[in-house]
Design a protein around this ligand. Structure first.
Ligand code: ADP
Length: 231
């Protein structure tokens, strides 16, 4: 199954997102409020009190992640674009995932061509790479190998992020990048939306190939900039 994400539809999502944002934040707040209320009961065992306390903290954390992810999407992309070597950027992004991968028995293998010159904001693009790799790692509950391949071909730089995880159905692939689409308990379903947006803003695209039970490959393709053509 090979499916190119329909990026143009995702442009309309900001309005949809604004509408659902209030609703999404209200959920954890209502639940947290309920537990705080229950903690006022006089004849509450210490054990129950601790459970309620933890529930409140979890719900507040969830509200916090929704707000953070939403902000990184809604914030206008004023950040400066720089001439970057995607190889160096990927290697630095992977440093952030060292422990995360090790704890999940995932080995990361890289095969990156030298001088993958692109124009991007380093922080934003790093955030995308980290996010896609983290999703790949999380899709392999029993561990496995995450491969990152970077190459340049006919004025396009491509970065493949390939996992051996649970994969997705065609329908699930189609829902990627839709606000709040998540199959993970602690997920917000905003990460992929932010990722698509960032790549789109630098004239790039993301393609997804996935097979259930086998794994997923995300391919980021960006215009390649050779230093001589960069002014
Ligand atoms: P979150 O990580 O908060 O759930 P994302 O927007 O990053 O939000 O991802 C949305 C959903 O897409 C995930 O919950 C998961 O179901 C699916 N997904 C994303 N990446 C992968 C992957 N590499 N393998 C399998 N499923 C994935």
């Amino acid at each position: 199954l090979r499916k190119q994400i329909q990026q143009r539809d995702k442009m309309n999502l900001l309005s949809e997102l604004a509408a659902s944002f209030a609703h999404e934040i209200r959920n954890p707040m209502t639940v947290a409020r309920g537990f705080v209320q229950m903690m006022k009961q006089r004849e509450l065992t210490e054990e129950k009190r601790q459970v309620y306390n933890q529930m409140v903290l979890d719900e507040l954390d969830r509200a916090q992640s929704i707000i953070n992810d939403y902000l990184s999407f809604a914030r206008p992309q004023m950040e400066a674009l720089e001439l970057l070597d995607a190889k160096q950027l990927v290697l630095r992004a992977l440093e952030q995932l060292d422990t995360f991968a090790q704890l999940r028995n995932v080995r990361i293998e890289v095969d990156l061509q030298d001088k993958l010159m692109i124009s991007a904001n380093a922080d934003k693009l790093t955030q995308c790479i980290v996010h896609l790799c983290r999703n790949g790692i999380e899709s392999m509950p029993g561990g496995g190998i995450l491969r990152i391949i970077g190459s340049v071909q006919s004025s396009r730089v491509s970065i493949d992020i390939i996992d051996q995880g649970i994969g997705m159905t065609e329908d699930e692939v189609g829902r990627l990048g839709t606000p709040y689409y998540t199959t993970r308990g602690k997920g917000t379903g905003l990460g992929m939306m932010v990722t698509y947006r960032v790549i789109q803003n630098i004239q790039g695209r993301i393609d997804v190939t996935s097979e259930q039970g086998k794994g997923t490959c995300f391919t980021i393709t960006l215009p390649s900039l050779q230093p001589s053509s960069y002014h």
